[in-house]
Every structure is written in C-alpha cells, then in structure tokens.
Design a binder for this molecule. Structure first.
Ligand code: NOJ
Length: 585
C-alpha cells in the first residue's frame, strides 16, 4: 500500500502518444491495444493469496509470541477505527474451510506467509521453538497437498517478532540478518520436504518506507531520509543470506526455488516527448522496484538512486550518502540470489519531473526522487484511495522487468482491487472488470515474451488491511467480520475467476461475456440472502442490548451508530420489530 501523502499532487493532464523504437526498455512505446482473446501457456499456475497477520487471528493462542503488528494495532489511533488483527478471519481455526474454498476455485497454488513469532516467539531461535505453531503450518501444508494445491510460502510478510524490535531496533539493525536466516532455516528444515516455492520477503518497499520512514505501518518509526534506506539494506542482505543457505544446504535434497516478492507500481511519463519526464518516470520505477531488484539481479543499487541520494546528501551536509553502499564482496554475494521473481502489482501513476531543493526539504525518500505523481481522474478507483485501475500499466511493468533483469522467471504474487463497502455487497462487477483487464494485459505481456509462470489473485478472503483495518476489502470471498465465526461468502468474482482458471484464459468474446453475465446473475440472490442474514443478526444484537444493562454495551452502540443509511434502516426495522413483539406479549 502506498502512503497517501505521496499522492496529494495528483491532477488532470493530457497525454500525447507517439511511437518510436529503442534498444532497451522503450519508454515511448505505449500502444493500448484491444482485448486479446487467447489462452495461457500449458502449466500456467493460477492461485490466490493471503498473509499470516492479515488472516490468521489467534494472535495470542498456543504459545505464539507478539509481533510488531500485534503491538502497533493495539495502540490507539494507528489503525482505522482501532481495528486489530486479533481474530481477523480466524484462519488459524479454519484450515479445512479455507482449503475447500480454494478447491471450489480450482486453484493450482495458494500463497500464504508464516508468522515468525508463531514459530519462534521471541524471534531468537535458541530461545524457544513453538511446536504448536509448527503443527498449524504442517496441517495447512498437508491439507493443500492432499487437495493438489501447491503451497507458495512467504517467510516474512511484515510480522517481525516484537522482541527483536525492542531489543535491536528491528530492521534498523544488522543482527536481523542472522536471526532471519535462523528462522528461514527452521522453515526449510520442517516444511521444505513439502514446500518447493519460497519467498524470503513480501514487499520490502512497504516494510522500509511505511515502517521506518513515514511510520504508517509497524513499527511506526519516522526516521526521515535514512530509516527506509537502512532497513532496505539489511533486508537485501538478509534475503541474500537465506538464498545462499537454501542453495548450499537444502536445494540438493529438497529441489525447491527461493525468490522474493517485490511490489511495483508502474510509472508512466506524463509527456513522452519530454526527456525529463521520461527520466523522472524511470526514477520512479527504479526507486520502487529497482531499489530491491537491481541489487538482487545486478549486485548494486540502481545508478540513479546512488546519484540522486548521494548528491542530495552532500548538499545537506552529510559526510556520506544516506543510501548505504555494498562492499565488492557483498555485491557479488547478493547478485543472482533469485530463482524466480515475485511481482505484486496493483496500480499506475503518471510521473513528471519536479525538483525538491535539498536544503529546504531536509531529505526524505520521497523528495530524493525529484518527481511528482499524477493520476487521470477517469481511471476507475472503486476502493483504496491509492488504487486506480490502469490495466495497461501492468504489461508495461512486466516488459520493464524483462528488459532490465534478463527476462527472469516471474510469478505474479499479488494483483487485485478493493472496495469500501459498509453494506453487504457480493456483486463485485468492478472487480470482475479489474481481473479481466489486468489478467489480459498479463497475457499480452506473455505474448511479448515476458516469462510469467503464474498469477496470484489478491486476495482469497477479505482481511485486515493494515492501517486501513477492515475498511478495505480485497477478497474474492466476503467475510462477515461482525459475526464471531467469520463466515465466508463468495462474491461474483469467484465465479468469474473460476472460469478463467478452468479455461486457462479467455477463449472468445461470447463465452467471456457469458461468464460475466452469469456471475452477476447468481450473486444478486446470494447478496440478498446475506444482507437479510446480517440484518437479522444486527436486530438480534439490538434486542440483546435492550434487555441488558446499557453500559456493558457502550462499545457496541458506538459501532452500530455508524452513520450510514443502511445501518439506520436496520435500526428502524429492529425498533419496529420490538414494538410488534412487545404488543404481542
Ligand atoms: C501489498 C501487501 O503485500 C498486502 O498485504 C496488501 O493487502 C496489499 N498490498 C493491498 O494493500
């Protein structure tokens, strides 16, 4: 997720298109071709994803230690409506249910992450290993394999053990490299006989920038201009170490692959006839994806990052660059530590050159880039504030990866769209549109020669969306968070995605339109049923409230009196119902 502050400059503009050719990535070639009917290569892997803190719940069960997200979300004012992941989707108790949803979708793979403090409560392996945590992941992996679903495992999806944060300062400290390596080794040892796809980190950009620069995410530090670069530096070293550990100690026996999942928005020059805008757009992508991908594929940070951060650091009176550097040994150790590249992609920005004078700004990751981000107001943005649907940006990003990093094997590890819905809504027509168009752009990229092997829809379930709490829903399945059992209901996009999977693509226009029509038809009746069910449970809550002492329900009242039209109408009908019941008695 991207910080809101970065997008305050978004405005209207006009785009001029022209075509030309160049040897490397061609910034000026941006033809938006029409929908491409066709199928994916045989063996293409279709999946859906999740992460531990966002779905498991059971935050303090069975010997799990605290993570930085447990602590952060319990602090007032950090998360929308002070939501926490304490129980989330209760995924910890619902392995069977969730695997049957995956079977229903006919997924080839499922991407999930392992909670480090669930396995090693303090984060330090020599302290204690929590066998109950191991059992949980054993069970999940076994159920997946029995259902012929390949587990794709992320080792770090942001939930650092709190002890490591308190004792060492988390990713600001180089000692994380060894602690993370020990945790990874434990996972290879216990699960590696069955897990063949590993990712060290998920979206380290967010960990670094939002965790240590803007403080919007755990651990909530605001170390402007240095915190993000330092965290990223240690993360890259930790990634490389774990890759080498697997390569030298486990690969021979286990024959798996180790990659990393990087996120990258696409940056398109506002004016492609303006060299300054082209350079600014390239800087945007290099500071985002290239920051991590370039060391991993080429051994060092992108030259443009070294130049910009270095120059500004000197102007600001620093003796050395705020961007740390790798020694020659480190460069060769880090280079080539990626068996496949995971790409998480959601959206695009237009980019133009904008100078941020170094002396005044004081230096930050954002001002170091000397650019401004813009959006086209016609782009659909159904959910998260930062997420505009711009399918063609996906094809551009994938082609960029091909040309910059030697056409690596790619798995798309996250792609999807959210909604902000207060009333129940299973008819997610806009999500169908998003998936249809983004998946189609990925198909075009494959035709361009990009080596994409699999796609992971984000996400299987609605879940805890970090600082946005439960207010943004990314799921294919709707989760009723108000109900203690957290029941799941399929949205229309489940029906659509299922068809894409079973046809391995888009056979022809007539069929694809039919899928969509049917998906929307079936969802409206389940939508009504669910809305009625939710109305009933809210009415039951209100009745309970009236019979019990008022003070014990203060919190519940505040929740119920959310000023939405739907909630008001539920309240009114409940009062009416009560009135009728009382008259009958
Ligand atoms: C990327 C993160 O990895 C994921 O956890 C999150 O749900 C999505 N962005 C959407 O914000």
């Amino acid at each position: 997720m991207l910080p809101r502050c970065a997008f305050s400059v978004c405005h209207v503009f006009v785009l001029v298109l022209c075509l030309s050719s160049a040897e490397d990535f061609d910034w000026t070639k941006n033809g938006h071709s029409s929908f491409h009917y066709g199928t994916f290569p045989a063996g293409f892997s279709w999946g859906a994803g999740s992460s531990a803190y966002q779905t498991e719940g059971a935050w303090d069960k069975d010997g799990k230690g605290l993570s930085i997200w447990d602590v952060f979300s319990h602090k007032k004012g950090k998360i929308q409506r002070n939501d926490t992941g304490d129980s989330s989707c209760e995924g910890y108790h619902k392995i069977k249910d969730d695997v049957s949803l995956m079977k229903e979708l006919k997924l080839n793979h499922y991407r999930f992450s392992i909670s480090w403090p669930r396995l090693i409560p303090t984060g330090i392996k020599s302290d204690h290993i929590n066998e109950k945590g191991i059992q949980y992941y054993d069970e999940l992996i076994n159920h997946l394999l029995e259902s012929k679903i390949t587990p794709v495992v992320t080792l770090y999806h942001w939930d650092l053990p709190q002890v490591l944060q308190e004792k060492y300062g988390g990713w600001q400290n180089i000692s994380m490299v060894n602690h993370f390596n020990e945790f990874a080794s434990l996972c290879f040892e216990r699960f590696g006989n069955r897990v063949k796809y590993w990712m060290t980190f998920n979206n380290p950009w967010s960990v670094a920038v939002e965790g240590y620069e803007t403080g919007e995410h755990a651990p909530g530090l605001r170390l402007k201009g240095t915190g993000a670069y330092r965290a990223a530096h240690h993360i890259i070293k930790a990634h490389a170490k774990v890759w080498h550990t697997y390569d030298t100690q486990w690969r021979g026996k286990q024959k798996g692959l180790v990659g990393i999942s990087l996120s990258g928005d696409w940056g398109e020059p506002v004016d492609i006839s303006n060299q300054k805008d082209i350079e600014a757009a390239e800087r945007y992508v290099q500071f985002f994806l290239g920051w991590f991908a370039t060391p991993i594929f080429h051994g060092d940070y992108p030259q443009v990052m070294k130049d910009f951060v270095g120059r500004k650091s000197v102007q600001q009176g620093h003796g050395t660059s705020r961007l740390p550097s790798f020694s020659p040994q480190e460069k060769s150790y880090i280079k080539g530590t990626c068996d496949f590249l995971g790409i998480g992609h959601f959206t695009t920005r237009y980019i133009t050159q904008k100078n941020h004078p170094s002396a005044r700004s004081g230096g930050s990751y954002f001002t170091d880039r000397d650019l401004a981000e813009l959006v086209d107001p016609r782009w659909p943005d159904p959910g998260s504030e930062w997420l505009y649907s711009v399918p063609w940006g996906f094809r551009r990003l994938l082609n960029f990866v091909k040309s910059q990093y030697g056409n690596p094997m790619i798995y798309v590890t996250e792609n999807g769209v959210s909604e902000k819905m207060l009333c129940t809504e299973l008819c997610d027509d806009w999500r169908i549109q998003y998936f249809k168009d983004y998946i189609n752009e990925m198909l075009k990229a494959i035709k361009d020669g990009v080596n994409v092997k699999g796609y992971t829809a984000w996400s299987l379930l609605d879940k805890f969306e970090w600082d946005e709490g439960y207010s943004e829903r990314f799921g294919l399945y709707y989760v009723d968070f108000r109900n203690k059992n957290k029941p799941r209901y399929p949205k229309a996009s489940v029906q659509f995605y299922k068809r894409v999977i079973s046809s391995n693509g888009f056979p022809n226009q007539r069929e694809v339109e039919n899928w969509r029509r049917k998906a929307v038809e079936t969802c409206s009746s389940s939508n009504q049923l669910l809305a009625a069910e939710e109305q009933r449970s809210t009415a039951a809550n209100i009745l309970r409230l009236i019979h019990d002492p008022l003070t014990s329900h203060m919190e519940m009242v505040t929740e119920i009196v959310v000023p939405t039209v739907c909630t008001l109408s539920i309240l009114l009908s409940a009062v009416f119902l009560m009135f009728l019941l009382r008259r009958r008695n």
